[in-house]
Design a protein around this ligand. Structure first.
Ligand code: PMP
Length: 412
């Protein structure tokens, strides 16, 4: 089936033809790919093509599409009933696995998306501190939470205005956004507003302005000043959790946040998010405390089964993370010999920017040549390679990818 035709049909029924904006391929042109099925590193499309997938559903599929252990776990869970509205043992098991990997988390709660996890964590931070302001970094994306659509990355980075229409000014005014990797500006704003700031939220390894590698000194400045002023530090590890390493970016950079946001990999491709942190903070939540948060399908048994299968596989194969990082690092070196375009890489993540200057923050990322990106993108598509279809995104590899697969990206 022709994708342009399918997209026209979709636009008759779905807003913009999609259920999430970047799927519309606006920044690369043409109709989106329509997936029929996935297997390992390949996405099989409705037009009969088999694409080598470096988007991997935007990160969750570290084991590739339709991994047999994940499929078996999902099937078994589905046969037992899709949802119960009472607790299950599997939810406790998933929480225990996550907490073993992230010692900064003493208690957590499962939700259905990264956005929901962020929204809930912010409420906890505000409830706990009694303060209202938030501080984030330019180009970091934390889901479509009202208060954080201020100089946000990912699909929002493509919008002409810095944030979204429909966000009340009163809420946007409560959010300060500072450049990433810039300890001086961060320090200045904390000095000015520390009494009013409930939480600092950041992607410790930003993946939504394209991939940016953090300066460890910046991360440690953030931790030091938030501790000093009783500000809740929330690390959004929706992308980096169980991907930069089993313990995420916080393990790698030796950071102990107050709260952590997880998503993507912990759901093994099904809708799961989580937020957790120090017991004292998490005890603010109902039914123990007075911060309300709830969800009919939170901790859904089928989603939890997929997450458990994925995390158990990763736990049994601890070398996965170094192997994937080796794959990506080797490729980054080759890319640098091949092209003047900047490549950022860390763990199993990488981004190619159409600029020959270093990219250390959102302003740098915005200096890339978007037309050149769109042109390169068409070359990738012509080679049956599916990269994330937007310039402010991160590419992902899975355990199924090989060095030869990465060579396919070396277009001129
Ligand atoms: N935080 C980060 C760092 C993300 O990358 C994303 C989504 N890509 C989110 C939060 C929001 O997650 P979701 O799309 O599941 O709501």
């Amino acid at each position: 089936m022709n994708h342009a035709h399918l997209f026209e049909e979709a636009q008759r029924f779905l807003a913009g033809g999609v259920n999430s904006p970047v799927r519309a391929f606006r920044s690369v042109g043409g109709a989106p790919l329509f997936a029929q099925r996935g297997s390992g590193k390949y996405l099989y499309c409705e037009d009969g093509r088999r694409m080598l997938d470096f988007c991997l559903s935007w990160g969750p599929l570290i084991l590739g599409h339709a991994h047999p252990e994940v499929c078996a776990a999902v099937a078994a869970a589905a046969h037992n009933g899709a949802t119960f509205g009472v607790p299950t043992r599997a939810e406790t098991e998933l929480a225990a696995l996550i907490i073993a990997a992230f010692p900064s988390i003493e208690r957590l709660r499962l939700v259905n998306s990264g956005t929901e996890a962020v929204m809930s964590a912010l409420r906890v931070a505000r409830g706990y501190t009694g303060r209202q302001m938030l501080l984030k970094c330019d180009g970091c994306y934390h889901g479509h939470v009202d208060a954080l659509l201020v100089r946000a990355g990912s699909g929002v980075a493509e919008l002409p205005q810095a944030s979204s229409n429909g966000v009340p000014d009163a809420l946007a005014r409560l959010t300060i956004s500072v450049p990433f990797n810039d300890p001086a500006t961060f320090t200045r704003l904390i000095a000015q507003y520390h009494d009013e700031i409930a939480a600092v939220i950041l992607e410790p390894v930003p993946g939504n302005m394209g991939l940016v590698v953090p300066d460890p000194a910046f991360l440690h400045t953030v931790r030091e000043l938030t501790l000093r002023h009783g500000i809740v530090l929330i690390l959004d590890e929706v992308i980096s959790g169980f991907r930069l390493g089993y313990g995420g970016a916080q393990h790698r950079f030796g950071l102990v946040p107050d709260m952590t946001i997880l998503g993507k990999i912990i759901g093994g491709g099904l809708p799961v998010g989580a937020f957790g942190g120090r017991k004292e903070l998490m005890d603010c939540l109902a039914p123990v405390g007075d911060v309300y948060q709830a969800g009919t399908l939170s901790g859904n048994p089928i989603a939890v089964a997929a997450g458990l299968a994925t995390l158990r596989w990763l736990e049994r194969h601890p070398r996965t993370f170094t192997d994937l990082e080796h794959l990506v690092t080797q490729f980054a070196q080759q890319w640098r010999q091949h092209s003047p375009c900047t490549i950022n890489a860390i763990g199993s993540l990488f981004s190619i920017f159409h600029t020959n200057r270093p990219v250390r923050n959102y302003a740098d990322a915005c200096a890339q040549d978007l037309d050149a990106f769109a042109k390169t993108y068409q070359q990738w598509l012509a080679r049956d390679v599916f990269m994330p279809p937007a310039p402010f995104e991160t590419a992902f590899v899975s355990i199924m990818h090989t060095p030869e697969d990465l060579q396919c990206l070396l277009v001129s």
